[in-house]
Design a protein around this ligand. Structure first.
Ligand code: ATP
Ligand code: MG
Length: 407
């Protein structure tokens, strides 16, 4: 992905008599000196012309006029100037029509800062004054705000997401229109809502996103999500301490006082993957157990946690606790965790000198749930209570334990 390569695409189009510009997020991010992850090009050439000029292409969105041109292993989206026809059900239309004028294409875009075109020499075409808004840190709907959010309610979440990512303000009339139309978000596929929420959680100013979600009532059609994002800005401001999305969801859920079953319900509602859901639920389970107080660090006995969940999970849990405690005790916390782990002579059940099979053969019993329980006990005894990790010692302890529990 490079600007130089992309410039050559514009050049080819121009040399064949077409207009072509960079447009959208890449122009916005270049002007803001932010990293650019995808380069979009708009042109008055029709998709057929684009495919003819660039044989190495992928027809990624012909219905919407988009052809992805492949260059040095990267894809560049080339989209024909278009306008969007009738909107159905407050979602983006399935049909589009091509137009000949750049300006019409810019007017279909959501915010002025996303509606700036740039030619290959860096000159701007900016009829909607996007650069001025960009310089003032303002997110302003193109055209009549209420109408634009009615056309596509996802734009409400995009505005909030950009505010959190860029630390921008939302222009007052635009903000007002977001509140007025927010109930239309119920028409948007939950996956798209979730993706925007994830970008808010991953942004540098999630507290701004959380405040706007709550102020605009954007999530009020889902009572659980509404409650989740009503957490204090103070608590949301800790999200950047955390690396993974499951940790971030868990922090918000803890702040909102969610019960484990409510946590699972939200994960299901948002269609998080099974892996993410299990991670969120484990965090909530263990945080509920430890009940850390906001901004009040305290010690943790890592031993039972290490036995139940293992080191990688405990390290992530420590980061989560650090975010709740905020005043950076994590060094101590992680040190105590790592020291506890280092001191364990037996670091996993697999390191025990007897296996499950050894146990049930040598004890002459039927395999079953008890085997795992005995192994867990032996691991705890060898890891923390000085039991020797030899077949003889383990077998003797296992016999005692079997007798104690009458397995
Ligand atoms: P990023 O890629 O950083 O998430 P972006 O602005 O590039 O931000 P994309 O989804 O890649 O977002 O869209 C590219 C461009 O398409 C936008 O800059 C905007 O001009 C236009 N666009 C995207 N989504 C919408 C929408 N829902 N309504 C109107 N225009 C949109
Ligand atoms: Mg983009």
């Amino acid at each position: 992905m490079g600007k130089k390569q992309a410039e050559s695409i514009l050049k080819t189009l121009e040399e064949n008599g077409y207009e072509a510009y960079f447009v959208g997020g890449c122009v916005r991010d270049w002007l803001l000196n932010r990293p650019v992850h995808d380069i979009d090009i708009c042109t008055n050439a029709h998709p057929g012309d684009v495919m003819r000029l660039f044989p190495d292409h992928v027809p990624t969105g012909l219905k919407h006029g988009t052809v992805s041109v492949k260059l040095d292993g990267s894809l560049y989206e080339v989209t024909t100037y278009r306008t969007e026809g009738e909107y159905e059900d407050f979602r983006r239309p399935s049909e589009v029509s091509f137009v000949t004028e750049l300006r019409i294409d810019l007017e279909r875009r959501d915010f002025t800062m996303n509606a700036i075109a740039m030619d290959r020499h860096g000159r701007l075409k900016d009829p909607l004054q996007g650069k001025r808004d960009l310089e003032n840190g303002l997110i302003r709907a193109v055209g009549t705000p209420v109408q634009r959010f009615r056309e596509d309610a996802l734009r409400i979440l995009r505005a909030i997401r950009f505010a959190a990512q860029l630390n921008f303000q939302i222009e007052p009339e635009t903000l007002e229109a977001m509140s007025v139309t927010s109930s239309l978000l119920s028409h948007i596929a939950i996956e798209r809502v979730r993706d925007e929420l994830h970008k808010i959680l991953d942004s540098p100013a999630p507290e701004t996103g959380v405040r706007l979600l709550s102020e605009t009532g954007a999530l009020h059609t889902s009572p659980l999500l509404q409650r989740l994002f009503s957490v204090g800005q103070e608590q949301a401001a800790r999200l950047p301490f955390l690396a993974s999305l499951p940790q971030k969801w868990a922090l918000l859920m803890y702040a909102a006082g969610f019960l484990p079953e409510e946590a699972r319900e939200v994960c299901n509602e948002l269609r998080l993957s099974k892996r993410e859901t299990e991670a969120v639920c484990s965090f909530i389970q263990y945080v509920a157990l430890l009940q850390p107080k906001w901004d009040e660090p305290s010690g943790v006995d890592w031993r039972p946690l290490l036995l139940q969940t293992g080191l990688p999970f405990c390290l992530e849990l420590a980061t989560l606790l650090q975010a709740v405690w905020k005043d950076n005790p994590a060094r101590d916390l992680k040190q105590s965790l790592e020291a506890t782990y280092e001191q364990m002579p037996v670091k996993s059940m697999q390191e025990l000198a007897v296996s499950g099979k050894d146990l049930y053969t040598l004890l002459g019993k039927k395999p079953g749930q008890w085997v795992h329980q005995i192994l867990q006990h032996l691991w705890e005894q060898t890891a923390f209570y000085g039991l020797a990790n030899t077949p003889e010692a383990l077998l003797e302890e296992a016999k005692k334990e079997v007798a104690r529990h009458e397995y």
